[in-house]
Write a protein that binds this ligand. Sequence first.
Ligand SMILES: [Zn+2]
Length: 235
Amino acid sequence: MSKARLTLIAASTAALAATTLAAAPASTDAAPTEHSWTQQSEQPGQARGSSYLPNQREKAQNARLQKNLDTAIAQAAKEQASGQRKPLAAAVTVYYDDSQAPSFDSLIDQGAAIWNSRVTNVRLVEGNSSNASLSYYEGTDPSGSYYYGDGHGSGYVFLDYDQANVYAPLRIVTHETGHALGLPDRYTQPCSKLMSGGGPGPSCTNPYPDSVEASEVDTLWRNGFAASGTFSKVG
Ligand SMILES: [Zn+2]
């Protein structure tokens, strides 16, 4: 495995702001440069990252993901109330590529199986670099693991070695994958919630979304790849 090569490291934690943190995904040549934090940092409010631990980085992304979720839930409720609820689209397949995260390979596959066992409107299927919209990378990053992307099946998950030595690795993987499926961070919630991430501390090892989180993902994917919120595709 190759260690991550950081292209930019924030000078100090105190100096971190939502738009100034910059770290490329692991691996030297496979990093999707169009997703780089350096580029995004020039557009305040446009950052699309979510971290495993509370961090300034994810504020804009969380707000966006929550807004999209609210929109999807409101739309579903409206359709149901009017009796015009559209038939569900067939389950969408999101292909993922974990070839750049070899030490997490089996955990990533386990994480996909967990999500597939809990939701019905979207399926995670292992693919490759040519057909995958979601990629996984591994390495070291001062701010730990994170997801970067549109929250609707695209982008990449970065998995941090040091964090995975302290926090339950499978929970990290399923949590970050939860972001890729559209869920925001809710660090103050209990360990029973997957999207509380590192909030409950290292002793929390639960890798499963609860029924509410699973239902939210199904709502977000009712229309397949056509999102009902304010997504803007990256890559
Ligand atoms: Zn998170």
